[in-house]
Design a protein around this ligand. Sequence first.
Ligand code: 5GP
Ligand code: ZN
Length: 124
Amino acid sequence: MCKTHENETLSDDCIFCKIIKGDIPSDKVYEDRYCIAFRDINPQMPVHIVVTPKIHIESVLGFKEDQAEILGRLQLAIAEIARRLGLDGSGFRVVNNCGKDAKQSVPHIHYHILAGGEMGERIV
Ligand code: 5GP
Ligand code: ZN
């Protein structure tokens, strides 16, 4: 970790930090001071959005007390993205994979918004 972006710390060897910095292109659907959201490169539903904070935190386990606002901002961003993409009527699923068993593959906390068709009644 060594570079700052809008007062938050980003990692030099993290794919999502590179997307946040604009070093790797992405199909961005939303951005504010705290978060960015883009279409997943390997979509698992017709609509598959990744929402992630503009700070390199590996998972929900890494949040500090004084970063609680970011968690609220992520939820607000998810709702705003849902409205912008017209998912608020039909619905959507929000998934966060944390750690090994959940098969988290990018160690920069993010939420998946999945939509565009009916999903199973079971989450997994
Ligand atoms: P995880 O498995 O960590 O919960 O989710 C990581 C997600 O990031 C995966 O769904 C994967 O397809 C997506 N992803 C990985 N690298 C990139 C990338 O460079 N661009 C985009 N748009 N998505 C990526
Ligand atoms: Zn990162």
